[in-house]
Design a binder for this molecule. Structure first.
Ligand SMILES: [Zn+2]
Length: 98
């Protein structure tokens, strides 16, 4: 009986971890002057777009959230499957105790 709770709980935790891992911040750097994305640009002293001199103050981190959808949906299906097992069990035990 305890296994009926432990296994879905582990599946739920694994699903939540997959969903969390599917969402990650992409690291980008951008020119503060014009917003040009400098990611992957060869190291240069000037912005290739506006010509602004690039130093620490002129470079802005411009990270955005990226989602790996297949990983997110795999995690979601695991969470959904675990919830379909756990919710009836919890409801059953709650009404059995009352
Ligand atoms: Zn620029």
């Amino acid at each position: 009986m305890l296994l009926a709770v432990i296994v879905p709980t582990l599946v739920l935790a694994a699903g939540l971890c997959l969903m969390r891992r599917a969402c990650h911040r992409q690291e980008h750097i951008a020119c503060r002057g014009c917003g040009y994305d400098l990611t992957g640009s060869p190291d240069s002293a000037r912005c290739p777009e506006c010509g602004r001199e690039l130093d620490e103050a002129a470079i802005e981190p411009a990270g955005e959230i990226a989602v790996t959808w297949w990983l997110f949906w795999t995690g979601f299906m695991l969470v959904l499957g675990a919830a379909l097992v756990l919710v009836p069990l919890i409801v059953y035990w709650a009404f059995r105790v009352l």
